[in-house]
Design a protein around this ligand. Structure first.
Ligand SMILES: [Zn+2]
Length: 416
């Protein structure tokens, strides 16, 4: 499939048609592997059935299935589609999950992140502190190569050691940083507390942005332009912000589908009705990735063209995980929305949402917050209820289990 004719500035319909045709080719290649052939045969699919019209019949792939397959059929779970001597990199994720890439795969992967980082505003003029992990996992290697592709200078700082980062950023005059948002904010705060003025001008952040205001806050407080990108280890960059900073554009050469959480039917993500992202890699040779459920949820898609000139649809952010979502009275309950309200109110307390089935099959949603009751909880409760679009009971409890789930659905529990 020739992608040279489309890019993120091509009309979206053209991108979509190209993606679908390329996805079919990728699925046909995947059919050559033992694992896909077995799984798809189980769903009554033969290679003649793989086509654009029949695409939605192809079974989805989950992270759990990848890990399970790797356990029974080491090391690649029957999904390796090239001779082992053609591998360039093998990354190791918890599971264990081994992720093989050929040299050509690495080029595509780095290319996807290069587009993402360019969208986030990084240029060849920047000297960049790359602060994600270099060992075993994919992130740093992919980002490092992407930065080189952009012509940036790279300082391979890696994870942790915020004081060392601060020192080096100052000494080298580093202008940009690639980081997880919590680490970035920690570095900025620490530098400011110890009286350092950092030369940083730009940041590209990935991963959980717990606080939707964080980007603006870092800009206002430290004069830093923060842009966000979203990636999935198996396929690379998936979406990224542009200079406008109003939503992350979907990648042009990746098939992204939206499905109802926990189901497999296609839905359009909407506020109050999030959808799970499912991705198909159009290029990958070493290990085809077809219809992988990411577990990540978005709750809206902006389809109107962006003023940056890109025509690819945008979503604002990841609102949660499909494992952390349930439906009560027809409404999706997303703990992240509660976290947002708490953050905006400056409340840092553990909480959890509990769903119970009362007599007469009535479902009740409670929000449990650890610690002393608020002075006047009514306003807070109204805010949470309007964020979740459902009424709930607010309860204050002495404590909540450390690191426990933020959502407990007791309706379908078989015990405990
Ligand atoms: Zn844009």
């Amino acid at each position: 499939m020739n992608f040279d004719l489309v890019d993120e500035f091509s009309p979206w319909e053209v991108c979509e048609a190209t993606q679908k045709a390329a996805a079919v080719e990728a699925a046909r290649r995947a059919f050559a592997t033992v694992a896909y052939r077995k799984e798809w045969a189980g769903a009554g699919i033969s290679d003649g059935d793989i086509g654009v019209e029949t695409w939605s019949r192809l079974p989805m792939l989950s992270k759990e299935a990848l890990v399970d397959a790797a356990r029974t059929s080491l090391p690649y779970g029957g999904r390796l589609n090239v001779a082992p001597e053609h591998l360039a990199h093998v990354f190791v994720a918890p599971g264990p999950l081994f992720m093989p890439f050929t040299m050509a795969d690495m080029e595509v992967l780095a290319g996807s992140f290069a587009k993402a980082l360019a969208g986030c505003g990084l240029t060849s003029d920047d000297l960049v502190d790359q602060t994600t992990m270099y060992n075993w996992v994919i992130a740093a290697t992919a980002l490092d190569r992407a930065l080189l592709k952009l012509g940036c200078g790279v300082v391979p700082g890696g994870v942790g050691q915020s004081e060392r980062h601060i020192e080096v950023i100052k000494q080298l005059g580093i202008t940009a940083i690639v980081a997880f948002p919590t680490f970035l904010e920690h570095v900025l705060e620490q530098a400011s507390t110890s009286g350092h003025r950092l030369p940083l001008k730009k940041a590209a952040v990935m991963g959980e942005l717990r606080d939707p205001q964080a980007k603006q806050r870092m800009h206002d407080t430290y004069g830093l332009t923060v842009r966000e990108f979203y990636g999935v280890a198996d396929v690379g960059a998936v979406a990224w912000e542009c200079a406008v900073g109003n939503g992350m554009h979907l990648r042009d050469d990746l098939l992204v589908e939206f499905i109802s959480p926990g189901q497999s039917n296609a839905v359009e993500p909407k506020p109050g009705s999030p959808a799970e992202l499912v991705v198909t890699d159009l290029h990958r040779q070493a290990m085809p990735i077809i219809r992988l459920r990411t577990g990540d949820l978005v709750d809206g898609l902006m389809r109107e063209p962006c003023s940056c000139g890109r025509s690819t649809p945008r979503f604002t952010r990841i609102v949660g995980r499909s494992s952390e979502i349930t439906k009560v009275k027809g409404m999706f309950i997303v703990p992240r929305l509660v976290a947002d309200v708490m953050q905006l109110q400056g409340l840092e307390r553990p909480f959890r949402l509990v769903v119970e089935r009362l007599e007469g099959s009535r479902d009740e949603l409670s929000l449990e917050i650890a610690g002393e009751p608020f002075q006047d909880p009514t306003e807070f409760q109204t805010k949470v209820e309007s964020a979740l679009r459902i009424r709930l009971a607010l309860k204050f409890v002495e404590s909540l289990p450390d690191g426990g789930p933020r959502l407990l659905d007791r309706r379908f529990a078989t015990g405990g």
